[in-house]
Unconditional design. Structure first.
Length: 416
């Protein structure tokens, strides 16, 4: 195996011992200091990011992905605010739950502990670097990051800023490490480091996630892609529906909780679709509509079968007319990726049916899918949005980065 990776693994295991026992007060002190230092390093971070963005555009990166890559002073402030929110959240490590006394006098309970060393493989999202560190550090976990080549300069600058702060605070710098070799070969070797890494979390597109799930010998928490739908029911407030759809599609197009597909009940298509087409086209959204929707959406192009299953991450929206909430649910469950789905309705029964029957990590009534986010859910940040069903599902905050161990108190018991 790559000597560089082995060295990182050894350093991570050594750091794990010291992080396991660090006090909550010290964690919070460090997180506050890192937040302040990230803001102080803004000019350095922006300069590094400018290189990545320029390279991305030179390589014809879609604007939706450029937006994911881009750092601004406001986004750096947002990264810092995410860390400060973590300071205010309860530290789950050390919590003892379910202590019970057995007939033989043994006291058996569970204590919440860190997972250990967490590996994260991700694409062009520099904010993930700070979020991942904050969540892992608050839960006593070491993190090894493997970012993509598109964001390498940004990631290096952010990690260097964090490591400087750790050193100043008297905490091991190896609480966070970055793999600077962005090659696929190195990524493939990293996925086999189960001797050093306890959990691997991929964050990125369908291809990356599939590669990690298929190749990794490390247990994986799968953070999925987001083919997210909004269904406008026959009883919907259409002004509200238009506002929600516009927000979910255009507020940030290159994110996994953006709306990619719209379902509209047949009885409201004539009133809603022309207004919606005008508002979306003002935002330069390409509309791909089925044969029932296209007559009411001037400028739309015909949708094809492939559109129903596509996560565009771009200024594109597919539109389909349906005849019932049941048809909408069936379509969503066929084509969704288990991320975030929404219904716009004034009908309580339809809302409850949608909540009960749609199979996704987050299901909304009368709200934008854009809220599926650790920050918005009050977790301070997120390590990713899990679309699998084991261990964690939805935005993964602090609890998702912990496990438990049994603790047993006795006074001389022996098994008969």
């Amino acid at each position: 195996m790559n000597e560089m990776l082995i060295e990182l693994g050894k350093k991570a295991k050594a750091a794990e011992d010291s992080l396991r026992t660090i006090s909550t007060n010290k964690k919070n002190q460090v997180l506050s200091a890192v937040a302040d230092h990230l803001v102080a390093c803004s000019e350095t971070l922006l300069k590094a990011n400018e290189t990545d963005v320029s390279n991305g555009r030179a390589n014809h990166m879609p604007e939706g992905l450029v937006d994911r890559l881009l750092l601004t002073k406001e986004r750096i402030e947002g990264m810092a605010e995410g860390l400060r929110q973590l300071v205010g959240l309860e530290d789950p490590i050390g919590e003892v739950t379910g202590m019970k006394k057995r007939p033989n006098g043994l006291l058996i309970g569970q204590k919440r502990v860190p997972l250990g060393v967490i590996g994260i493989i991700y694409e062009a999202r520099p904010n993930v670097t700070a979020d991942a560190f904050g969540l892992c550090f608050k839960t006593g976990n070491v993190v090894i990051l493997k970012g993509g080549s598109d964001a390498i300069h940004s990631n290096q600058a952010i990690v260097e800023c964090i490591r400087e702060t750790l050193k100043e605070q008297g905490v091991t710098e190896d609480a966070i490490q970055l793999i600077t070799d962005t090659s696929r070969e190195t990524a493939g070797e990293f996925m086999k480091m189960n001797q050093y890494v306890d959990v691997l979390i991929p964050r990125g597109g369908k291809g990356l996630i599939k590669a990690v799930v298929n190749q990794s010998t490390i247990p994986v928490i799968e953070t999925g892609t987001g083919n997210c739908h909004i269904y406008v029911d026959e009883t919907a407030d259409l002004n509200m529906a238009a506002d929600i759809i516009l927000n979910a599609k255009t507020q940030r197009v290159g994110v996994c909780n953006a709306c990619e597909s719209l379902l509209v009940h047949d009885s409201v298509k004539e009133e809603l679709l022309p207004v919606l087409a005008r508002r979306l086209q003002e935002k330069n959204v390409e509309l791909r509509a089925d044969e029932k929707a296209i007559p009411f959406m001037p400028g739309a192009v015909p949708a094809v079968q492939e559109d129903w299953g596509t996560e565009y991450l771009d200024y594109i929206l597919s539109i389909k007319v349906v005849y019932s909430v049941e048809e909408a649910i069936a379509h969503i469950n066929q084509y969704n990726t288990g991320h975030s789905e929404a219904i716009i309705t004034e009908n309580y029964t339809h809302a409850q049916k949608f909540l009960d029957q749609v199979d996704a990590a987050a299901v909304y009534v009368n709200a934008s899918t854009r809220f599926t986010d650790g920050f918005e859910f009050g977790y301070g940040a997120e390590i990713g949005i899990s679309t699998q069903k084991l261990h964690a599902r939805g935005p993964m905050g602090l609890l998702a980065l912990t496990t438990t161990k049994y603790i047993i108190y006795g006074n001389g018991q022996i098994r008969q």
